[in-house]
Design a protein around this ligand. Structure first.
Ligand code: NAD
Ligand code: DAU
Length: 373
């Protein structure tokens, strides 16, 4: 079958990647979507069961650091677009094992960039009609002050805000964790490939995502699962850190718009205008889970357990994504109240998915199905 475009999505078996793959496979039957994923602990092909048999979808198990394999894949599939999400993504793991983060996030991104450069420059049309889209995080900008600890109304945000400053596309990079340092480094490499070789790149920096298929090491799925099993809820420090939360499908929608319409060499911030203190969001989760499980209100509040703070814990993230709205018309479609209700319901309704992920069974099953590249 002849396809109009051939796009590699790296990290497509992970949380955000699986939503991006699903959106592209469904919305663009004329595109060939190649999901390239190493299937680390965070990759799970069960996230894509509903689309795995589609004629425009191919899964390739490969490591982005394996330059020779990537070099072979690009011409094999005539790839003209790369949407790069594969990464080590959990801050706590980066504090324990920074080398893995430098390898995947920095060297892996460089390996993709160099392979794309060599392949695209070898074609008669070179970079024409090509795009390298790198997905990054708001954490590269560092941490913002909590100048309004009680929260104030603002015309920038749908919710209360906790400080006067927001991350803009022009905010200076100031990463603090090994995770954010590795993502910052990869962002610099992507921009360097545009500035040096003329590669048509685009970079986006997004805030915290929530929704179905997130690995339960991250706050929201971990806490939903712990409440269900009456396990302690480990709140780092005083629970006063602030994060800006965006429903994952809205992030995938933004990626679609930016992949197609974003300007080359541009950076776009993506965020929910939706700041929450950790302890407040935790109380919303407890209330929602208790209601859906038929527990009396307040039943699971006793599970809250204050624990030692994360090392170097960034105090506040808040994205200003007005540039994306003004230039490309994107804005979040879901209100947080609706998004969190959908999310909690999804995890409670998909206990088998959660049990497989927490037991590690999903990896044994898929290891037997696919040969490594
Ligand atoms: P995730 O950890 O859920 O998934 C990462 C995926 O990458 C997994 O499927 C994993 O198997 C794959 N992978 C890891 N190392 C690989 C390698 N060497 N080769 C090939 N595949 C590999 O991550 P996520 O939360 O979906 O994040 C996806 C991207 O979005 C990351 O780049 C992350 O930095 C960025 N991001 C995440 C958030 C968030 O809130 N989760 C917010 C902003 C940006
Ligand atoms: O801002 C975007 C980033 O959001 C992404 O780049 C990262 O890949 C993603 O993991 C996420 O990073 P955070 O560190 O903000 O997410 P996490 O879910 O780990 O933690 C959210 C907040 O909750 C953070 O302030 C730490 C706190 N926390 C987390 C866990 C897992 C707890 O208090 N207890 C916990 O057990």
């Amino acid at each position: 079958m002849e396809f109009k475009r051939s796009i590699i999505i790296t990290g497509g078996a992970g949380f955000i990647g699986s939503h991006v793959v699903r959106l592209f496979v469904n919305k663009y039957p004329e595109y060939h979507i190649i999901n390239l994923d190493k299937l680390t602990y965070a990759g799970n092909l069960a996230n894509l069961k509903d689309i795995e048999d589609r004629p425009n979808y191919t899964f390739v198990k490969a490591d982005i650091c394996d330059f020779d394999t990537i070099m072979a894949l690009l011409p094999e599939y005539h790839v003209d677009g790369i949407i790069h999400l594969a990464a080590e993504s959990h801050v706590d793991r980066s504090i324990k094992d920074p080398f893995t983060f430098a390898r995947t996030n920095v060297m892996g991104t460089l390996s993709l960039l160099q392979a794309a450069k060599l392949y695209w420059e070898s074609l008669p049309e070179k970079y024409e009609g090509k795009r390298f889209y790198h997905i990054s995080t708001d954490e590269v900008y560092g941490a913002l002050e909590l100048t309004h600890p009680e929260g104030v109304k603002s015309d920038v945000s749908a919710h209360e805000v906790y400080g006067d400053e927001f991350f803009l596309e022009t905010t200076k990079y100031n990463p603090h964790s090994p995770y954010s340092a590795s993502k910052a480094s990869s962002d610099h490499f992507v921009r360097a490939f545009h500035d040096t070789y003329g590669m048509p790149t685009v970079v986006t920096n997004c805030s915290n995502n929530y929704g179905p298929y997130q690995f339960p090491e991250k706050l929201i799925p971990l806490f939903i699962n712990n409440i269900r099993h009456r396990k302690p809820l480990p709140v780092y420090g005083k629970g006063e850190n602030v994060r800006d939360w965006l429903y994952v499908v809205d992030h995938a929608r933004a990626i679609d718009v930016i992949f197609h319409e974003g300007k080359t060499a541009e950076t776009y911030n993506i965020g929910g205008f939706n700041e929450w203190k950790n302890i407040d969001i935790i109380k919303v989760i407890i209330k929602t889970v208790d209601r859906l499980l038929g527990n009396p209100e307040g039943y699971s509040l006793d599970l809250i357990t204050y624990v030692t703070d994360r090392m170097g814990h960034d105090l506040r993230y808040a994205i200003d994504s007005r540039k994306l709205k003004a230039e490309l018309g994107w804005e979040p479609s879901l209100q947080f109240e609706e998004g969190i209700e959908k999310t909690v319901r999804w995890y409670l309704d998909h206990q088998e998915w959660m049990d497989n992920v927490t037991s590690g069974d999903y990896q044994k099953y898929y290891d037997n199905m696919y040969k490594d590249r």
